[in-house]
Ligand binder design. Structure first.
Ligand SMILES: [Zn+2]
Length: 450
């Protein structure tokens, strides 16, 4: 009887009541001021709800929460592996105090439910720290709140964990550890560029070479061990003046998380070409070839130096990784293999996402109902985590020469392919053949980022 009651209670419990709660700390350096904010927050009822809901979100691997307040309830959505999913809505009696607590911790005005407000705080679950950003704005039907959770530590530490294949890692590492060279790292926006950038720099040998980076003072990069930052703008020097100072220090590598202007870039590329130095730059672009074309068009004075030093250009997409515990193998038809450009006999099976059949089809051999247990590993999503699809352009002499003559992406692609380049599409098919992701998922991501 007691057990049944307990079970009933469990069923009625909200996610925030069952989750391991996070610890929230205001983003204030002064400890006593921090305490004062927390004392105010604890006077309300919202803190356990906020801590529990965020704990549930993190346990669900959510990176964003969207709260939509209407008259009756608060609709909750989580973004997991880049996809929005609807969660159990929260009654206003819980959702309102939750928001008051969150706004207080982020030092916003809880009484104001109309104006656009934005603030942040720190969330901690076990040993993992997250930076929480909250944006709220009144809407016609109530209020919308977007919460972003950014893990302080990057969940991957190696290129192989991102999904890069071994031969490519070897080639990329060789380029990263070379002199007289330029290496570019790119992706479209929202495609995991900052993670790859961070890991790429960590892959480069920073122990025997001196890495100096050029960063705007008002937008400092997260710290990377053995990469020394130099700041321009604000109270600091202009980029061109800064690079002259940096050159005097004779570093081995000039790191550009962004390109401030043509003059500083030209100075660094000159060092790469004539002084056995290296330039590593981050440039948002849709593909490796487009990255080169855009770069030469935007910085015409630097184009020649770039074309003669460019050693490797990396580009990427991120796709959802199929859940290993429930992915379904299938025999691809000869027609499908042909369409994908996979030679017959090369792959035994391809994989697709497990999709739960409708309940009336969940029957045993005798037609008796036999409900299928949803996969615990991925919570029946069919996907778990994400994986990168990489292309690595290593320009040969033909490509370098062509780059200074044409901006025709199709023509440059042909030349690169003749020199051994395999583009994103071909790499994506390899990822499908390796069972990492599905054809549908590739289609979805590539259509969205065309
Ligand atoms: Zn699964």
């Amino acid at each position: 009887m007691a057990a049944a009651k307990q079970k009933k209670k469990q069923q009625d419990a909200q996610p925030w009541q069952l989750a391991n709660p996070v610890t929230l700390t205001p983003d204030i350096a002064d400890k006593s001021q921090q305490q004062a904010v927390l004392i105010t927050v604890r006077q309300g009822d919202g803190l356990p709800i906020a801590s529990g809901q965020l704990g549930h979100a993190i346990a669900s691997r959510a990176t964003h929460l969207m709260l939509d307040y209407s008259q009756t309830a608060c609709a909750i959505r989580y973004q997991i592996d880049g996809q929005w999913e609807a969660m159990t809505p929260l009654a206003r009696e819980f959702a309102d105090p939750m928001l008051i607590a969150l706004k207080q911790i982020c030092q916003l005005n809880p009484a104001d439910r109309r104006s656009a407000q934005s603030g942040r705080c720190e969330a901690k679950l076990n040993k993992d720290k997250y930076r929480l950003t909250l944006q709220s704005q009144g809407t016609a039907s109530g209020e919308r709140v977007l919460i972003r959770l950014e893990a302080e530590s990057i969940p991957f530490s190696k290129l192989s964990e991102l999904g890069m294949r071994d031969t490519m890692i070897e080639h990329f590492r060789e380029a990263l550890n070379s002199e007289n060279s330029t290496v570019m790292i790119g992706a479209p926006r929202g495609m995991g560029l900052s993670t790859t950038w961070h890991i790429a720099l960590n892959t480069a040998d920073r122990l025997i070479r001196d890495f100096q980076s050029l960063e705007p003072e008002d937008k400092k990069e997260p710290e990377i061990i053995n990469v020394s930052p130099n700041f321009y703008g604000g109270s600091g020097p202009e980029p061109a003046e800064l690079i002259r100072k940096m050159i005097l220090k004779e570093p081995d590598v000039f790191v550009f998380p962004g390109i401030p202007d043509e003059e500083s870039l030209l100075a660094a590329l000159n060092q790469a070409e004539n002084n056995e130095k290296q330039v590593i730059a981050r440039v948002p672009a849709a593909s490796a070839i487009e990255c080169c074309v855009k770069f030469c068009a935007q910085y015409p004075k630097a184009a020649k130096h770039f074309a003669s030093t460019v050693k490797a250009v990396l580009n990427q997409r991120i796709v959802r990784r199929l859940c290993d515990d429930c992915k379904q193998s299938f025999q691809p038809s000869p027609a499908l293999l042909k369409k994908l450009g996979i030679p017959p006999g090369r792959v035994g099976a391809l994989y697709q996402q497990f999709v739960m059949p409708p309940i009336e089809q969940q029957v045993d051999a005798n037609g008796k109902p036999a409900p299928i247990e949803p996969c615990q590993t991925c919570q029946a999503r069919g996907f778990l985590g994400r994986v990168g699809i990489f292309e690595l352009l290593r320009p040969g002499p033909q490509f370098r020469a062509a780059l200074l003559k044409t901006q025709d992406v199709a023509q440059l692609t042909k030349i690169a392919q003749a020199e051994g380049f395999r583009g994103l599409q071909a790499e994506a098919i390899l990822a499908v053949a390796r069972g990492l992701t599905s054809i549908e998922e590739i289609r979805r991501v590539f259509t969205a980022t065309k």
